[in-house]
Ligand binder design. Structure first.
Ligand code: ATP
Ligand code: MG
Length: 198
């Protein structure tokens, strides 16, 4: 073995030892609260990636979408064929929101379903997609949402997505990732694309 190869092997062995030690130290098993926030693209796709992962292992997953659901959502088309339940707003919140009362009512309807999921131990994963906006706009009560998530079954995981996540959710979360916007095609005038953006 050359000197270079030997050096490389030693370095890799050191990294492996450190990783092995960390793996050994991680002893806690529990459901997690993950928050995916920030201004860059990829939050909802990451959340749905988790739903896919859980579903692929045979676990039950449910999705609450806190945005008007009349659009053609690729993930929903696929996942509903795999017994993933969805609750989406029939009316109300869009990006050009205009009617506070309707929005609140629509958000509450989706939230009531989500609350049931958050108390059902047979559900392994709940995705609360875009729920952060409901808290920013005061359509849902932050303390109620925090309490429902905090008191969920011990083995259940929750993924929260959306920009500007409320600090109370960040505080109780286990894993928080911030997706940073480096650039986005839309800023260069490129249209949103089926299969990429929805
Ligand atoms: P995605 O659903 O693609 O994972 P996201 O959940 O991170 O995106 P949202 O803030 O929920 O982002 O916005 C949804 C839509 O807005 C998507 O079509 C996405 O491509 C687009 N979008 C996301 N980030 C940006 C950005 N920084 N500038 C312009 N458009 C964006
Ligand atoms: Mg999103």
């Amino acid at each position: 073995m050359s000197k270079d190869q030997q050096k490389h092997q030693q370095r890799q062995q050191k990294i492996k030892d450190q990783v092995d030690q960390k793996i050994e130290q991680a002893q806690i098993e529990k459901g997690l609260l993950l928050v995916i926030t920030g201004n860059g693209k990829g939050k909802s796709t990451a959340g749905f990636g988790n739903v896919l992962r859980a579903t692929g292992h045979g676990y039950k997953a449910c999705v609450g979408q806190f945005i008007k659901g009349g659009w053609d959502c690729g993930e929903r088309n696929l996942l509903e064929q795999h017994q993933v339940e969805f609750a989406v707003m029939s009316t109300g919140f869009t990006w050009e929101t205009q009617n506070r009362e309707l929005d609140t009512q629509a958000a509450q309807e989706v939230w009531q379903r989500c609350k049931q999921w958050l108390s059902d131990p047979s559900i392994y994963l709940v995705l609360l997609d875009e729920i952060t906006y409901m808290l920013s706009y005061d359509y849902l009560d932050v303390d109620e949402v925090v309490a429902a998530i905090a008191n969920r079954p011990a083995e259940q995981s929750v993924v929260v997505t959306g920009r500007a996540c409320h600090r109370k959710l960040i505080e109780i979360a286990d894993t928080v990732s911030e997706v940073k916007n480096v650039k986005h095609a839309f800023e260069a005038g490129v249209k949103a694309r089926q299969g990429i953006d929805w």
